[in-house]
Design a protein around this ligand. Structure first.
Ligand code: HEC
Ligand code: HEC
Ligand code: HEC
Ligand code: HEC
Length: 152
């Protein structure tokens, strides 16, 4: 009996540490203190900074299933580990934030900003946009400078 308990407890501990080791989404405000200019520019210019509003406005006309479809593009990390769940449970991920382009930022933040733990310069491609933007629009992103558009 005691042995079984021990086995269960070890299994639980391993499960918990595996979860902690997995990168997670933290939301754009967690980036603000260290990346003031990118954050300010994103808040002021990017439609992504209020993309949840576009969904909320239409929510009363949508079924639950239709609403969930919107989340994949209008929020951060929906359907991915540590990503958006609902407006109530994960308000910090309600908009399409920094991490839709840069990937989950939890490990980068925990390490005090280690640049090797975030997708940054030279690593963001047009393919990172095409999951949410249609083909015609993505073609217009062909120039490097326009990859920043919609961000900062
Ligand atoms: C998770 C989905 C998602 C990804 C990934 C994504 N976008 Fe967006 N983007 C959106 C949504 C949603 C909007 C519109 C928000 C609204 O108006 O409600 C938007 C808006 C925009 C706009 C409109 C103008 C503006 O300033 O907001 C541009 C340009 C844009 N994105 C560029 C990009 C580029 C370039 C990439 C890739 C490097 C990218 N986006 C990746 C979801 C995404
Ligand atoms: C495949 C990704 C995707 C899905 C799914 C999606 N959207 Fe969008 N939506 C976008 C993008 C990208 C834009 C911005 C288009 C642009 O500016 O080029 C946008 C723009 C909008 C806008 C216009 C905002 C403005 O300021 O003009 C509204 C409203 C909107 N979406 C609502 C919704 C709703 C409601 C749903 C779910 C029923 C939904 N979207 C599903 C990607 C998506
Ligand atoms: C504790 C401070 C801190 C926080 C919080 C932080 N960063 Fe950073 N970040 C840094 C530092 C320091 C660098 C390295 C210097 C540089 O490249 O600007 C960096 C670099 C970056 C880079 C460039 C990496 C490269 O190699 O090109 C990106 C992209 C980035 N951060 C995005 C984010 C995002 C997104 C968030 C929020 C999820 C975030 N950071 C939160 C401190 C931070
Ligand atoms: C639409 C996609 C997109 C979004 C959203 C976005 N970024 Fe970026 N970011 C980029 C691209 C593209 C680069 C340049 C990568 C390169 O040089 O190849 C970049 C570069 C950076 C860098 C490196 C320094 C620089 O300016 O080149 C930092 C730091 C950064 N982003 C932070 C942020 C933060 C913080 C947010 C949210 C407030 C954010 N980004 C939102 C696309 C985005």
């Amino acid at each position: 009996m005691r042995m079984e308990m021990a086995v269960v407890m070890v299994a639980l501990a391993v499960g918990a540490s595996a979860l902690a080791a997995e990168n997670r989404f933290v939301g754009s405000t967690a980036c603000a203190d260290c990346h003031e200019s990118q954050y300010a520019s994103y808040k002021a210019n990017a439609k992504k900074a209020h993309s949840s509003r576009s969904v909320r406005i239409m929510a009363s006309d949508l079924t639950e299933a239709e609403l969930k479809e919107c989340f994949g593009c209008h929020t951060t990390g929906y359907g991915k580990p540590g990503g958006f769940v609902s407006f109530e449970k994960t308000p910090e991920l309600a908009d399409a934030g920094c991490e839709v382009c840069h990937g989950p930022g939890g490990a980068h933040v925990d390490a005090g900003g280690d640049p090797s733990l975030i997708k940054g310069r030279g690593k963001i491609r047009v393919e990172d946009c095409s999951g949410c933007h249609n083909e015609e629009r993505v073609k217009a992103f062909g120039f490097k400078s326009t990859l920043y558009s919609g961000g900062h």
